[in-house]
Design a binder for this molecule. Structure first.
Ligand code: ZN
Ligand code: ZN
Length: 296
């Protein structure tokens, strides 16, 4: 990668240079290495890539749901079909989300690289094997869900709800864009589960690649937007993975304001008896009746 001869200037110069001397790398690894070589500044390179990735994934994932809202065929899959978000509502939501991305998330994203690098986060090529990325991402899903469950539940205590979490509950029938519609304090508390946990993991293991981090964040963004989409399909993931939460789980949280506090999985609400929804209410009633009968 060291080229002291006619130094590469443009991005494609760097790409060709790296491709020529690193034939063992795949095209993504070459593109990745060329980006860092072209930028000559890792903090800037990671900062720009992370911010752009976040915006593209966030709004890109919301778009199919916004299109579905306009197509009557999909109405039967909408959980609260009687409450369709208007364009004005979605625009108001997008404006606050964008403001928060630029003022709250951008500085965090910028700080992420130096902090992560300090703890040994790798940005080098070749990328780690996919099996390692898969188990690390699975672990982050489980840990983040736990973090989210307890802090989200805490945010529902009367004082904190009024001060911080009420904003996120402005939409009782959520839509994709509302996933990150929240107060800056809430964004910081809950984002720790997504960003802080991998950093702590990296500090202990010294074995985390930033690509794993990106794939995890993309997975978590998809999860959050799907959960707020308001759409429940016969092909939704929880039909195949019964412990996956999805919109079926989080939509009720927005409708009833109580219960279903976790993000990705159903186990915490099941174990802590905080499940929301009419089916659960029915189950609880049955449990109570059974208990009373036992006493009799
Ligand atoms: Zn809530
Ligand atoms: Zn929500």
């Amino acid at each position: 990668m060291n080229s002291t001869y006619a130094a590469p200037v443009t991005y494609s110069d760097h790409f060709n240079d790296i491709a020529q001397y690193n034939v063992h790398l795949n095209v993504f690894e070459k593109a990745w290495a060329a980006w860092y070589a072209y930028m000559q500044n890792d903090v800037l390179a990671t900062g720009i890539m992370s911010f752009v990735m976040h915006e593209v994934v966030y709004f890109g994932r919301c778009l199919p749901f916004m299109i579905m809202d306009k197509i009557p065929y999909f109405r039967k899959y909408k959980i609260q079909g009687q409450k369709m978000p208007t364009l004005a509502e979605q625009w108001a939501c997008a404006k606050l989300v964008l403001l928060s991305h630029f003022t709250v998330e951008l500085p965090q994203i910028w700080l992420f690289h130096p902090m992560a690098q300090y703890f040994g986060l790798a940005t080098t090529v070749p990328f780690p094997p996919w099996t390692k990325m898969a188990w690390q991402i699975a672990l982050f899903f489980v840990l983040e869900d736990t973090w989210h469950y307890w802090f989200h539940r805490l945010l529902h205590t009367p004082r904190l709800y009024k001060m911080i979490h009420k904003l996120h509950h402005q939409y009782s029938a959520p839509f994709g864009l509302a996933a990150e519609y929240a107060s800056p304090i809430e964004t910081m508390i809950l984002a720790f589960g997504a960003v802080g946990i991998p950093i702590v993991f990296c500090a202990f293991t010294k074995d985390l690649h930033i690509l794993t981090m990106y794939l995890w964040i993309i997975g978590r963004l998809f999860q959050a937007i799907d959960a707020h989409s308001g759409y429940e399909f016969p092909w939704s993931l929880h039909h195949f993975l019964p412990f996956w939460a999805g919109a079926d789980h989080h939509d009720v949280h927005h409708e009833k304001f109580l219960g279903n506090y976790s993000s990705s999985f159903r186990w915490w609400d099941a174990v802590m008896d905080t499940e929301a929804g009419s089916v659960t209410a029915q189950k609880k009633r049955e449990k109570k009746t059974a208990a009373t009968k036992k006493v009799e």
